[in-house]
Every structure is written in C-alpha cells, then in structure tokens.
Design a protein around this ligand. Structure first.
Ligand code: BGC
Length: 450
C-alpha cells in the first residue's frame, strides 16, 4: 500500500495514536508481569487488578480420558448444552444445542437466567434420554470467578455486556444446582466450574501434551497458564500440595483498570469505555476483544466523516448508532485480496453508504488494520509475559475466540510480534483449540471423576 501518511493524512493522524512500538510493548510486558505477581501473592491479591484466580485444575489430560460427560457453556450471547463422548484419543463425539441468551436474560434477574439455563439443560437431557443418569457435568462459565474448589466459583463481576442481578458475589454452581432442584425433573452431577480459557488449554493439551497456555480473543479476552503450585499463594495447600502444577486463570481483561495502561489509550478507547455498561473496568479487554474492536473503527470513521474527509462526508443513520460496526466487518474487510475492495464496499453498502471510491475504501482498510494490529500486539504482549514467567523454551499455546479464529491475519500478527518480543530462542506453536468450552469441560469433568 502506498504511504498512508501522505495518502490520507487525517486518518493517519488518528491511527497513529493506536500504533504500539517495541518500547511500548516491552513496557506492557513489564507492567503485566508486575500485576500478575500481585495477583498471585496472598498479601497483594485483594488489591490486585489482574486477579490470577486459582482454578483447582492441577492436572492436564493424559489423552486416556474416556466416557460421556455433559457440558454447559455460558459466556456470550449464546448458551450451549453439549454431550461429549470421549471415545478414544482421536475420536471425540460432541452433540449439542445452542440457545440464544436474550438481552432481557443478560440484564434481568439472575434467577431467570439460571431458570432458563436449567430449562435448556432439562430439554436436552430428555431429548438424549439422560435425564435420570446423573451424568457428570462441567460448567464453562466465562466470567471472572473466585474459586475455592473445583465446583465452587463466586462471580466477582460480570463482563461482556452481562449484568443479570443477584449473581455477583454468589457461588454460581449453587445457583445452577438450585435452579435444577426447583425443576426437579432431571438429575445431573455438577462436578466442576471452569473458565473458557481453562477449557481451551485442556482441550488443546489432550492432543498437544506441551500446551501450557490457553487464550481467548473473542467477544472478551483472557488467558490461563500452568503455574508452579508453590507460587500460587492464594491456594491454601500451596506449600504442601502433592501436585506440582496449578492452572491459573489470569483474568487479564482487567489489566489497566488501575490506570497502568493509560499511556497507550486513545481518546477513542476512553469513549468506548465511557459508553460501556462497565465503565473503568476490563480496560485491556476493551483494547483487544471483538466486543469493542468494531466500535473503535466506527468512532474513528465517524470523526473522519464529520471532518468530511472520507465518503464525501456522507454518513448514514446506521453509522450513528453505537455497535453498528460489527467486529466481523473488520475480518471481512481485511479478507479482501490486495488491490480489491469488494468486501469493503459491501460492508459500507450494508451500513447505508454507497461508494466505490478506492482511496476511501483503502483508507477504511487501513483503519481496520490499525485496530486489529493493536489488538494482536497487545495479545502478543500478554502471551510473551506468560511465557517469560513460566521460563519455558518450548510450548504450545491453545487459542480460541472469534477474532483469532476468523481474522485473516491475526495468527501471523501474533507470531511476528511474539518473535520480536521474546528474548532468547523460544519455540512456540499457536494452535486453534477446538471447542474448549465443550471438550475442555468434559476433560475436566473426567479428570475430576477419576
Ligand atoms: C471474562 C473471562 C473470559 C473472557 C473470554 C472475559 O470478559 O472475564 O472470564 O475468559 O472474557 O471469554
């Protein structure tokens, strides 16, 4: 692409604010390391922003796990019930059903949300003739939870647009068991609660024994990693556990909630934060994840439209509405072959702006690239921080989430930036982890049942 600075100076001037150089990135790795250490340490944990929750998962799968397990997956706009059959090392059969979680359920009384979950589960169990089987169930609940046991997790705060009342500070496993009891028409055995990152790590480790990190870049963002049990001070048995390792759910989305990322945040980040339902929370997540990337692009475009320097100053009703520029549009636009602007023009058309002006569409792509590159660079900082912390020279990272899965260049951007930041030679492999929330939940249930 020709020099964007010359070609569209106004857009460049805005986008420049999102560019992270090596120095910024080194500083981010340094600051995140500090926050993670605070989360792990008993004395500093209460005021730490990156909580580093103990997951009570101390064993990775051996590949020998077998049997039928149920999994629930709640973490975004869809809720899934799955039946996972671990047949052998290669064959895992998953059947499931997806249910939409309406805005009313996301934002209304928590009891209704859990009644809904239980009703979906009841329906699924009946359809699959396992309503009286007391099958072990793993509950993938992808929100920050403080755990005091494998089947005991208290919701610390909602993220990703949820705000159902009466759930924060409650043990969500109990809320689920209560809802099942209220119905009384089926029996399952809720054995574990887990985060989607933990599921992702487990699912990947089933086939890649050297998997040590699970990361999600989807609607939200977070990672977990394998820590030495002896370093997990918030775990009561940390000094005398017979198991050497513990998976830590970092909850890195909250990195920056104490201001330590303000040095890289732009006015657009501040606006996205202000208009969110959880202002001043999940600052790192708001710079990285799919729930916010599209909105950042929309805000930048809107400013350029108002300055009349793009799309001949045209705007449309749609464009003025928060959230109308979906993150999947970024993926579509960046999937255009070089020199083609087909998807870009189609996206704009859907948003009510008809154009085939090449320069404008190229500029639009440049803005999308700026936002996705920053996201990938920040995620790379996070991964490098964890790799340095574990001090390993070879590992696999299991990754899932819509941004990583569908964005055409995200994998490459992560790899390049990690190579730039890692000191010494570290051999890493980034692997798309298949259905962590389902397979991972079943594997944890299987490890628990052992
Ligand atoms: C949640 C995490 C979750 C991540 C990815 C974040 O908003 O706090 O628990 O792992 O989203 O789904």
């Amino acid at each position: 692409m020709s020099d964007p600075k010359k070609k569209y100076p106004e857009a460049y001037e805005i986008c420049e604010k999102f560019i992270l150089n090596k120095q910024h990135m080194d500083e981010i790795v340094y600051r995140l390391t500090k926050e993670i250490n605070m989360g792990l340490t008993r004395d500093t944990h209460p005021r730490a922003t990156v909580k580093c929750f103990v997951t009570y998962v101390q064993e990775l799968p051996t590949g020998k796990e077998r049997g039928k397990y149920l999994a629930l997956d709640l973490g975004g706009t869809n809720f899934r019930v799955l039946l996972v059959n671990l047949i052998n090392e290669k064959d895992i059969d998953i059947t499931g059903k997806t249910y939409a979680i309406s805005k009313e359920l996301q934002e209304g009384p928590g009891i209704k949300l859990f009644d809904f979950i239980a009703s979906c589960l009841a329906e699924f169990c009946k359809e699959n003739k396992m309503d009286q089987s007391n099958t072990p169930l793993g509950f993938t609940f992808s929100f920050p939870c403080k755990q005091v046991g494998i089947d005991n997790g208290t919701l610390v705060a909602w993220t990703k647009g949820f705000k159902a009342e009466g759930v924060v500070n409650q043990n969500v496993v109990e809320l689920l068991r209560d809802a099942i009891k209220r119905r009384g028409d089926f029996k399952v055995n809720v054995v574990a609660i887990l985060n989607d990152t933990t599921g992702t790590l487990m699912s990947c480790a089933f086939n890649h024994r050297n998997c040590k990190i699970g990361m999600i870049v989807g609607t939200g963002s977070n990672a977990c990693y394998v820590e030495k049990t002896a370093n997990t001070e918030t775990f009561d048995g940390y000094q005398n556990s017979t198991k050497p390792n513990m998976i830590i759910n970092c909850e890195w989305g909250a990195f920056g909630d104490n201001g330590v990322l303000d040095f890289i945040r732009t006015p657009y980040d501040h606006q996205v934060d202000k208009q969110s339902i959880n202002p001043k929370k999940q600052i790192f997540e708001k710079c990285i994840s799919g729930m916010y990337m599209g909105e950042l692009v929309r805000l930048v475009l809107l400013e350029l439209m108002e300055k009349q320097v793009i799309f001949k100053g045209q705007t449309s009703q749609s464009f003025l509405i928060k959230g109308k520029f979906d993150t999947s549009f970024i993926t579509e636009i960046e999937s255009d072959q070089p020199g083609s602007h087909r998807n870009a023009a189609m996206v704009m058309d859907r948003l009510g702006i008809r154009t085939n002006n090449e320069k404008d569409l190229e500029c639009l792509r440049f803005i999308c690239e700026t936002i996705s590159t920053r996201s990938a660079r920040l995620a790379a900082c996070g991964l490098v921080c964890l790799i340095n912390k574990m001090n390993v020279k070879e590992l696999t990272v299991g990754i899932d989430g819509s941004v990583y899965r569908y964005h055409p260049h995200y994998h490459r951007l992560l790899t390049e930036n990690m190579n730039m930041l890692l000191k010494g030679s570290v051999k890493f492999e980034l692997v798309l982890s298949e259905d962590g929330s389902g397979r991972g939940a079943a594997l944890i249930a299987a490890v628990c049942a052992k």
